[in-house]
Design a protein around this ligand. Structure first.
Ligand code: SF4
Length: 870
């Protein structure tokens, strides 16, 4: 058994992982007990990493126009086409769109090539969609993009305010750390979120604010703190600037009216915040992904500055990043408006420093196009060649159909990818096979500024290459010096060297201590937090001394004005993530265990809105905006606020008929950060008039059913597919044969009741089954899925057509993925008297593994208790 210490590739917690490889090649993963981000814990996604490593649908060879080619030809083609485009149309006619999935070393060379050698600022990253508002907010307040605290603050806080953060689902290991702290010291928790999320189940106080009203809430808090003398006057006097203007903008607001939160609840929150010295405010995409995202960030920071609660143990403003290396991308200047090593694009001195360090022929003179503007420029022909690396903008960008159409019209689309068939990869003229997790070497930085190594433990499959190598090869083929790196260690040393170059403490990001490290030291590099200069040890906490990186050395209060957004008619559309999937499912979608938690794209809607729109629970609904429409399963729930609906972001054209929900969303960016508003748009909801419904299981790997509605997930031995249609096919048997394949087809057809059932066998082994009915198909999905690949006699085959599970109860969708415990089993335990997590664990084992499901279990207990009380 060989072991490798690496890091999880999903969220910004940045958990340490130990991957083990047996002599037979079997991979297993567990949490690294020594990693300070997680101390051995992993969430359900991290624990399923080994299930996502198959080479199914891997891009293994370079392709040009869909035809396999060699690396030299592909590199030469990309370099030549980029050079020709630049020669004819100038450097701003090309662009890179990169990703928080890239490692820092990949990011560094991509940024160096675009800004220092091509001479354009046109490199932006999908992190623009994730945390650009926090970057902008930090820079306005602190003079640098710095997260002051670290995860230990969760252990030490007395009050944790979670705003726009479903921590229980999106950063589960941090949430569990908070739960442990609460157990130990009674930490109080306030959740600010329009939805009653899984996180809110554990809140002492849940403020279900009106979508988009965060600035009003925190402006109200600022005014309250000042009016009640709950400020730190000495701190304000010595270390800050601009309070008067911030107060002027904050005062006089009817906060209850603006936020929709009762005066009583507001008072409770404000009093709690005012009286708790150790207060930590955590936020994430619910704050950042907004057309007022930067103001929201600064409204929060203002409340910490007025109380002097910045950079102190257990207190401070804390932005948690979504992606594993969003922070690393910020360090190398992966955003179109920043330079490498946290230097400023608009500062001629910084441009000069970077250019001299790189010895580059040029340097971008001004900011490039941010993500939304970049794809608009592709659409209107200003950008004529784009290279997309490790991301899927046709799914993840707002106005996603415009992005798709823009790429279709672009003369050159290059995509570096591990996946052969993503929505974006299928539009590429050139496909470059990239290494993925387990195969890559490099480093990442998590939300608390901690740099950790990602290490490879798998060989590169086919002709896949590391991203940094692909970028350097193209740069060299374009005729540029400065890209002769032989290893990621060499790139990391240069990156560290630039951070320290002519940096006399004026720039926060300085890891000069690593600029001369040996390859072996890089290989063994232990996780550390920046800064770590040549002269001082790593700093887990910044700003404790009240000195900031602004020209005056003081932090800035920012005057944030609340602009009430017009009421959106008829419904506000909010988007986000679910617990067990990551981004566009290209990796987590490979795990049947993760898919069992939530197998279909859905929309949450409040019962009142459902009634008004004619929606019944579990029916299919059409969600339409001015831009597009999608079809999703209705989840009618009081967790959703009346007037707004919520849908998760993960489904794509690769696994559902019509569920790319970002196609609905207008590209409405924050004016300061350029981060698009993915949480506040306007939609209509109506029933999807299905005339038939179906459910199929099949061993076939490729399946795009000819149905108006379909959604496909992995199940243990194949795929499960939900189906529905507005019009029935002429011949159900042909439909079944096309869908299931198989050699022998057993059939049950009832024309009277419009019920049709088919089971496909190959030498007696079940290879597929299809159930069609005029209404939603009532059938145990788990039972049917488990029959795939089993051998049946002729008599037993009838049992499949009968859809009888032989008395095995349907456990429902899987809530506890560690122990495979379904919703129905848990509800039954609650019905039988279990009212605590421990009791549920004792009866069902749910919640006794990684703990990611505990918030959901708590919600189910609350729900049942409420039902019982009514
Ligand atoms: Fe990976 Fe985040 Fe889960 Fe940790 S919390 S295992 S980093 S997805």
């Amino acid at each position: 058994m060989r072991e490798c210490k690496t890091t999880c590739p999903y969220c910004g917690v940045g958990c340490g992982v130990i991957a083990s490889r047996s002599d037979e090649g079997e991979i297993s993963v567990r949490g690294d007990p020594d990693h300070p981000a997680n101390f051995g814990k992993l969430c359900s996604k991290g624990l399923a990493l080994a299930e996502t490593l198959s080479l199914d649908d891997r891009l293994l060879f370079p392709e040009i126009a869909g035809t396999r080619t060699s690396w030299p030809v592909a590199i030469d083609h990309v370099a030549t086409r980029f050079k020709e485009t630049i020669a004819q149309h100038g450097p701003n006619s090309v662009a890179f769109y990169v990703s928080g999935q890239l490692l820092t070393e990949d990011y560094y060379v991509a940024n160096k090539l675009m800004k220092g050698f091509i001479g354009s600022g046109n490199i932006d990253t999908n992190s623009r969609l994730c945390m650009a508002s926090s970057v902008a907010g930090h820079r306005r307040a602190f003079g640098a993009d710095v997260v002051p605290g670290n995860y230990e603050d969760l252990d030490d806080a007395d009050l944790v305010v979670l705003t726009g953060s479903n921590l229980a689902w999106c950063h589960p290991v941090l949430f569990q750390r908070l739960m442990v702290a609460r157990e130990r010291r009674g930490t109080r928790i306030v959740v600010i979120d329009p939805r009653k999320t899984a996180t809110a189940e554990f809140a002492d106080l849940h403020l279900g604010i009106r979508p988009g009203s965060d600035v009003a809430l925190f402006n109200g808090l600022l005014a309250y703190l000042h009016a009640h003398g709950k400020t730190d006057p000495l701190y304000i006097f010595k270390h800050t600037h601009g309070l008067a203007q911030a107060l002027m903008a904050a005062r006089g607001l009817d906060v209850a009216k603006a936020t929709g939160v009762s005066q009583h609840l507001l008072e409770q929150f404000y009093k709690l915040f005012a009286s708790t010295e150790r207060t930590l405010t955590i936020w994430s995409q619910g704050v950042n992904q907004s057309s007022a995202g930067t103001d929201k960030v600064n409204a929060i920071i203002n409340c910490h500055l007025i109380t002097g609660r910045v950079g102190k143990s257990g207190s401070g403003p804390f932005s948690i990043t979504g992606q594993p290396n969003a922070m690393g991308g910020r360090e190398v200047g992966g955003l179109a408006n920043t330079l490498a090593a946290h230097m400023d694009m608009e500062d001629p001195q910084h441009r000069d420093i970077v250019q001299r360090f790189w010895k580059s022929p040029t340097i971008a003179k001004s900011a490039g196009l941010k993500a939304v503007d970049m794809f608009e420029a592709v659409r209107n022909g200003r950008i004529r060649a784009i290279w997309i690396m490790a991301t899927n903008p046709v799914v993840s960008m707002p106005d996603a159909n415009l992005v798709r159409d823009a790429l279709r019209a672009c003369p050159l689309v290059v995509v570096s990818e591990a996946v052969r068939n993503s929505d974006t990869a299928t539009l590429a003229h050139v496909l470059l096979p990239a290494a993925t997790w387990g195969e890559k070497q490099g480093s990442v930085t998590n939300s608390e500024r901690r740099i950790s190594r990602q290490r490879s433990f798998l060989p590169l499959p086919g002709q896949a290459r590391a991203d940094w190598k692909i970028i350097c090869d193209v740069a060299k083929a374009m005729g540029f010096n400065g890209f002769g790196f032989q290893s990621t260690a060499e790139i990391f040393r240069e990156h560290a060297g630039l951070s320290a170059f002519e940096n006399s403490g004026t720039r926060a990001f300085d890891i000069g201590a690593c600029s001369e490290m040996e390859d072996s030291d890089y290989e063994e590099l232990e996780p550390f937090q920046w800064p770590k200069t040549k002269h001082a040890a790593s700093s887990p906490r910044l700003f404790a001394d009240g000195r900031f990186f602004t020209p005056s050395g003081r932090a800035n209060f920012i005057a944030t004005t609340f602009n009430a957004t017009a009421h959106l008619n008829p419904l506000v559309f909010n988007t986000g993530r679910i617990r067990d999937q990551w981004h566009t499912m290209t990796r987590t979608g490979k795990s049947a265990r993760l898919a069992a938690h939530c197998g279909e794209p859905f929309v949450q809607i409040h019962p009142i809105d459902a009634k008004v729109c004619g929606i019944t629970p579990a029916s299919l609904v059409r969600i339409a905006s001015a831009r597009a429409d999608v079809v999703l399963r209705a989840l009618v729930t009081e967790a959703q606020q009346p007037g707004s609906v919520f849908a998760p972001i993960h489904w794509s054209d690769m696994n559902a008929s019509k569920a790319r929900i970002n196609a609905l969303i207008a590209p409405n960016p924050d004016p300061v950060s350029g981060q698009p508003d993915l949480k506040f748009s306007c939609v209509k909801v109506s029933p999807f008039a299905a005339r038939w419904f179906g459910y199929a299981v099949t061993c076939n790997s490729i399946l795009t059913p000819p149905a108006d509605y379909w959604a496909r997930v992995r199940i243990p031995n194949g795929f499960g597919v939900e189906l529905a249609g507005e019009f029935a096919p002429n011949n159900w048997r042909y439909f079944a044969e096309a869908l299931l394949g198989g050699h022998e087809l057993a059939t049950y057809e009832d024309m009277q009741s419009n019920r049709f059932r088919y089971a496909a066998f190959n030498k007696g082994v079940l290879t597929g089954a299809l159930f069609i009915a005029p209404g939603p198909v009532g059938l145990s999905r788990q039972w049917l899925g488990a029959q795939l690949g089993q051998r049946f006699s002729a008599n037993e085959a009838l049992q499949i057509l009968a859809g009888r599970s032989g008395g095995v109860p349907d456990c429902g969708s899987i809530i506890c993925s560690c122990n495979n415990v379904g919703r129905n089993s848990i509800l039954s335990a609650i019905d039988n008297g279990a009212v605590t997590l421990t009791q549920i664990g004792n009866i069902t084992t749910a919640g006794t593994g990684c703990g990611s499901c505990r918030a959901e279990l708590q919600g189910m207990i609350h729900g049942k208790c409420l039902q019982a009380a009514e």
